[in-house]
Design a protein around this ligand. Structure first.
Ligand SMILES: *Cc1c(COP(=O)(O)O)cnc(C)c1O
Length: 379
């Protein structure tokens, strides 16, 4: 009977009519690539990040790669990150010629375990890439204590964390490099896109070069290339979407928090004990609630695939899983990683399920998702 309700996806972007009209204006304007809309979007993001320099890009992957390049990280250098992330986080380390090193996650936050991170530091470690999974920051004080103590650069993979806070300060408004993604499922989207928060004007200039073929222009017709850049600029079509989306950041972050609260209320205090499943941390005040993820019971009524299939077939409720442990992908196994190296990541990678959470979702949708989860876990 619930299967007859419309499909409830785990994520869906919301673009308002005003933003759609703004995109139309860009398309009619005669200037659709990087231009005034990007300048305005960068200025807005910079203002949000406490005045720090921000540059836009066409993904939240190249942002991290470019941050590593700006930091001068390459062959012979080690970079520590988490196995539980989108594979982009580790791929960029390989892309610049450095060596990825993983540290296992904390079973409660599901973010990199900072004790294990510190234990993984060697004389070759140059940088760390923490990931704020589902929008939950790590202990930022501890993170930067470790970075300072060991003289490491930090590239924050804050792809999921625009709108998240640490002790009242927005993620992006402090720290070292901070990378955001505006991919379609993120809280704020540009269709595809990313932004990198930098430390000073020199880094920002270098970021601009890496963004566009290493080019520096001067005067009327001056042009030079002194570093190997790529093609990573954001179009004004995308930036116009971002400008329209950013207007709603505060409102939608609050809405997502209220949906998360409703999830906790509907699951109830006895859910974990009764079903053997695990809810996320109640990180109100820090998380932007990008994802609402539960961990299925290890000896539940079926596999995760069966759980996801039944939720969809019997209740028309969509789910996702974020993420499969990176170190077990073929390309990483070929670099020497194997099963058993990061047991917490492997367990959570096998049992994590992402429930519906998006800006246009209602409390009734939450109730429907919770009822479906309970029904499937009950048999
Ligand atoms: C989305 C995401 C990325 C990659 O962002 P793109 O814009 O898709 O390149 C990287 N890391 C995490 C944790 C993400 O969620």
């Amino acid at each position: 009977m619930t299967a007859e309700l419309p499909f409830l996806p785990f994520s869906r972007p919301t673009i308002d009519e005003e933003t759609i009209a703004a995109v139309g204006e860009v398309l009619r304007s005669g200037w659709i690539t990087t231009g005034p809309k990007n300048q305005a979007f960068e200025a807005l993001l910079s203002e949000y990040c406490g005045g720090r320099p921000v540059r836009t890009f066409n993904s939240g992957t190249c942002t991290m790669e470019i941050a590593l390049r700006i930091a001068g990280i390459g062959p012979g250098d080690e970079v520590i990150t988490t196995p539980i992330s989108w594979v982009a986080t580790a791929n960029v380390i390989i892309e610049v010629g450095a060596t990825p090193v993983f540290a296992d996650i904390d079973p409660l936050t599901r973010n990199i375990d900072l004790d294990k991170l510190e234990a993984a530091i060697t004389p070759r470690t140059r940088a760390i890439i923490p990931v704020y999974l589902s929008g939950l920051p790590v202990d930022m004080d501890r993170l930067y204590d470790i970075a300072r103590k060991h003289n490491l650069r930090v590239v924050e993979d804050a792809a999921q964390a625009l709108g998240s806070q640490w002790k009242g300060k927005p993620i992006g408004a402090f720290g070292d490099f901070v990378s955001f993604s505006f991919q379609a499922n993120k809280n704020i989207t540009t269709g595809e896109g990313g932004a990198l928060v930098l430390n000073n004007a020199d880094e920002a200039r270098l970021a601009e070069k890496y963004r566009l073929q290493g080019v520096t222009r001067s005067g009327v017709d001056g042009i030079d290339v002194d570093v190997l850049g790529g093609k990573y600029n954001m179009s004004d079509i995308n930036a116009a979407i971002g400008l329209g989306q950013m207007k709603n950041l505060e409102k939608l972050t609050a809405h997502r928090a209220s949906l998360a609260q409703h999830y906790f209320d509907c699951f109830g205090d006895d859910f974990e004990a009764k079903y053997g499943a695990q809810l996320p941390m109640k990180a109100f005040g820090s998380s932007n609630w990008h994802l609402f993820q539960i961990i299925l019971p290890d000896n539940g009524p079926g596999t995760r695939a069966e759980f996801m299939t039944r939720l969809q077939k019997e209740h028309n409720v969509g789910t996702g899983y974020h993420y499969a442990p990176i170190h077990l992908f073929t390309m990483y196994r070929e670099r020497g990683f194997t099963e058993g190296m990061f047991p917490v990541s492997e367990k959570i990678g096998r049992l994590t399920v992402t429930l519906p959470m998006f800006n246009a979702m209602s409390k009734a949708d939450v109730e429907r998702a919770v009822a479906a989860v309970k029904a499937v876990l009950a048999k």
